[in-house]
Design a protein around this ligand. Structure first.
Ligand code: ATP
Ligand code: MG
Length: 333
């Protein structure tokens, strides 16, 4: 990778899916290329966020970044709203992207639900802002969960059309999603067909990074499963999404393959498997939660990291935005 960018919304408690699909990857990739990791507070307000709580929610995500191994001396960590170029470029991209492209986005359909006329316009143009987040840094690689693949394709379409429309070949790179690896799509503990999400109203649908050992054990115990024992091979998990998800989580947390996990547990029921999974989840997540609590007890360090990161981010974003203004022909360019 030449330049890496990703972000997480401060829209609720971080969960195992965010950790496996995103945060764990950030910590690994930061040593391979210049890395920019932001807290997406502009994205968060696409659904209502309590103003008096939003700053603290930003600190919590930043604390999770640090607790999962991002090093602020290596990666730039900042709040999206501290770099106004994200929103400015998003406006230009709103005029580049086509309605037909956005109409195809499945996340909007899922999140807006039955009453899409009541969703915010921001929720609809969310993927356009996401394209701006990435391209304002001319990022080439974006570590995200599998749910973001479609948005990354839109980002590439926007980059390409901008480069064409404004006669600037190669101005924006066409960024690659980094979605591979175990845990790229962790499913809800209550419904094997829905992804684990911060915004799921049921806390029992997810394991939060800050859950204590008892909460984790309870949630794993209550996780939906089926009465069959674990099979010997992956084919035996076909049509059993909840069972497949728990096996996948065990594999991702232990660094084993699904097949290795099945070799270990084949023939056992969930009564035996779940306590093992709970112990494993506690051993990985409890230290992260502990470090987050330590950092949040005295947020001075977090606030310094965010201020310094925003400075570094603006050094990249401001000249790119100046060039965009010039290319578009804006008066103030
Ligand atoms: P929300 O429900 O508010 O959209 P979210 O749980 O989807 O919250 P985001 O902030 O939208 O979290 O996403 C942060 C990162 O976590 C993204 O890279 C996303 O792809 C990844 N991610 C989210 N859910 C999962 C999941 N269930 N499995 C793997 N990765 C995930
Ligand atoms: Mg999401």
């Amino acid at each position: 990778p030449q330049r890496v960018l990703s972000g997480v919304q401060p829209s609720g408690d971080l969960h195992l899916g965010n950790y496996l699909g995103a945060l764990a990857k950030f910590a690994r990739i930061q040593h391979e290329a210049p890395t920019f990791i932001f807290v997406a507070d502009l994205h968060a307000i696409t659904v209502w966020q309590e103003p008096s709580k939003l700053k603290q929610q930003v600190r919590e995500i930043a604390a999770a970044y640090l607790a999962t191994g991002l090093d602020p001396k290596v990666a730039s960590i900042f709040a999206q709203s501290a770099v106004p170029e994200h929103a400015e470029l998003a406006w230009v991209f709103n005029c580049v992207a086509r309605l037909g492209w956005l109409d195809r986005m499945t996340q909007f359909k899922e999140k807006s639900g039955k009453h899409k006329e009541r969703a915010s316009v921001g929720l609809y143009t969310y993927p356009v802002l996401q394209a701006a987040d990435i391209l304002i840094y001319k990022a080439t690689h974006v570590p995200v969960g599998e749910d973001q693949k479609q948005h990354l394709e839109l980002t590439r379409d926007i980059a390409q059309k901008f480069n064409n429309d404004f006669a600037a070949p190669g101005f924006f790179p066409l960024p690659e999603p980094l979605t591979q690896g175990p845990g790229a799509r962790v499913m809800s503990l209550r419904d094997g067909s829905a992804k684990m999400s911060k915004s799921d109203p049921s806390d029992y649908s997810r394991i939060n990074l800050t859950d204590d050992a008892d909460a984790i054990a309870q949630k794993v115990k209550k996780a939906r499963t089926d009465p069959e024992p674990l099979p010997e091979t992956m084919e035996g998990l076909e049509g059993r999404p909840e069972a497949k998800n728990l096996v996948g989580i065990y594999a991702a947390l232990s660094g084993k393959t699904d097949a290795e996990v099945l070799a270990e547990f084949a023939g056992q029921g969930f009564g035996a498997f779940k306590p093992k999974l709970a112990d494993l989840a506690v051993s990985v997540m409890a230290p992260i939660g502990g470090e987050m609590r330590r950092l949040l007890a005295d947020p001075g360090e977090i606030d310094r990291v965010l201020a310094e990161g925003a400075g570094r981010a603006r050094e990249i974003a401001a000249p790119v935005m100046a060039e965009v203004r010039r290319l578009v022909g804006f008066w103030a360019g």
